[in-house]
Design a protein around this ligand. Structure first.
Ligand code: PXG
Length: 439
């Protein structure tokens, strides 16, 4: 390429990417079907991560493709501010039926980040509407990922996602994370130790007083931080403390929703009921961006009754309930139901657990953890070069035809729920061989 011409990849400032490195050595995906991606040269790559934890039913599923295309021809856009179109109501009703307990109402956004900011704002507006307007503090957790909006990074706990962006929201505090290699390494499913970490909420209540705290938000299982599985009893304790102190509990289920743990939501898997659930990703099988918040009947009813103006919530997006997203969501929910994909994930999870734990003695591995169809394989970091070993593993896997995610020195796996046992074997064998050959 002549020096005067810009690199054809130059204009796109890629998110969360080392742009120089990528553009010098690009890895492109051109096509996908089922559990496979294909590069522009036609090379096959097994998708070990459901894209970014989102293509739960596998890629380019025909009913979703057809639903989107029919919808685009019939009604491309309709406002949902004081108007509506049938599929937004239909999808909200289907989601309300799928969401646990009394989470009977759905607010639509377009991404997980917007879902999180929406849930935080609903929490604040709810406390104010019930006459507790001094309850404004939001409590997150170390190592949490709640997207990249200012609300999400404020309650989030991934240092690099926060440290460059100033003071963020005021009145935010954090619980400690639950990752404890010394006590819990190589746990199968939920680790034994750490339920007492939830008691840190008592300390925060002691520090700030419950009368100032609106809500606690946690990922029931942290995905982005590298599959951090909650210790046995931890979420139950957090729920009990929130009840004791009249604090809302929000589960961020952007990753854990739609079958990832072998149940519709992590709240079902753990048997713990939050007051709100944020979702995105798998709701449309990632074919069209969509996010949202499942809201309890108690919150919704009170807001409608007590709000100080006819519009109860001064919040929403041009594309809240976009017709294409709703059509894709309805088709995705049909596939999940008709193919019993959440049940399939539950049935496969024992095979998955055995397979990933067979890597316990692979080179560099210092922890293996799993839940549902997720796994984290933690590697010993290279001396003075945190993250470098896992990044090399990511590149080697891709070149060997396997897509994985890495964060720090952790390889994160979350295959589509349609994955076959032979594909699970291939994922594990590829990783073992690559780790054996890696410095
Ligand atoms: N909450 C959680 C729990 C998430 O995992 C978001 C919110 C934000 O969603 P949006 O749609 O705004 O990106 C997420 C997103 C990774 C990875 O590699 C994870 C996410 C996004 C991109 C990469 O682990 N999770």
């Amino acid at each position: 390429m002549p020096a005067s011409l810009p690199n054809a990849l130059d204009a796109f400032w890629m998110p969360f990417t080392a742009n120089r490195r990528f553009k010098a050595e690009p890895r492109l995906l051109a096509r996908a079907e089922g559990t496979r991606y294909y590069t522009p040269e036609g090379r096959e790559v097994l998708d070990g991560t459901s894209g970014l934890w989102c293509v739960n039913a596998g890629h380019t599923r025909a009913p979703i493709v057809e639903a989107i295309s029919r919808q685009a021809a019939e009604l491309d856009f309709a406002p949902t501010f004081n108007l509506g179109h049938p599929k937004a109501f239909e999808l909200a009703a289907r989601l309300a039926a799928l969401l646990p307990g009394d989470l009977d109402h759905v607010f639509f956004a377009n991404s997980g980040s917007e879902a999180v900011d929406s849930a935080l704002k609903i929490a604040l507006a709810y406390q104010r509407a019930r006459g507790k307007g001094e309850k404004t503090r939001l409590i997150g957790r170390e190592r949490a990922y709640h997207g990249v909006g200012f609300g999400g990074i404020s309650v989030g706990g991934i240092v690099k996602n926060r440290m460059h962006f100033g003071g963020m929201l005021t009145g935010v505090d954090h619980l400690p994370h639950t990752h404890d290699l010394a006590r819990n390494a190589f746990s199968r499913g939920q680790p034994e130790h750490g339920a007492e970490l939830a008691d840190a909420l008592e300390r925060l209540v002691g520090l700030h007083d419950a009368s100032t705290i609106a809500a606690v938000i946690v990922e029931p299982m942290s995905g982005s931080a590298g599959v951090l599985v909650p210790p046995k009893g931890y979420l139950e304790r957090l729920r009990a403390l929130c009840d004791k102190h009249d604090i809302l509990l929000i589960f961020d289920e952007v990753i854990t929703g739609f079958g990832r743990l072998g149940a519709p939501f992590a709240a079902d898997h753990f048997g713990v009921r939050p007051d709100m659930i944020t979702f995105a990703k798998g709701v449309t099988n990632a074919a069209v961006p969509l996010g949202g918040v499942g809201v309890s009947k108690a919150i919704y009813d009170l807001m409608l009754e007590r709000a100080d103006s006819p519009v109860e919530l001064f919040h929403g997006y041009t594309y809240s309930g976009h017709p294409l997203a709703c059509a894709a969501g309805l088709a995705a929910l049909d596939i999940y139901r008709d193919e019993d994909l959440f049940g399939r994930a539950a049935a496969l999870s024992a095979y998955w657990e055995d397979a990933v734990h067979s890597l316990a003695d692979a080179r560099h591995v210092i922890d293996v953890r799993n839940l549902g169809l997720t796994a984290g394989i933690e590697l010993a970091p290279r001396e003075g070069a945190a993250g470098a070993r896992a990044t090399d593993a990511f590149h080697a896997c891709f070149d060997q035809g396997l897509l994985v995610r890495v964060t720090g020195d952790i390889i994160a796996l979350s295959p589509p729920l349609i994955v076959e046992k032979a594909e699970i074997d291939r994922i594990v064998e590829t990783i073992r061989a690559i780790l054996t050959g890696l410095d």
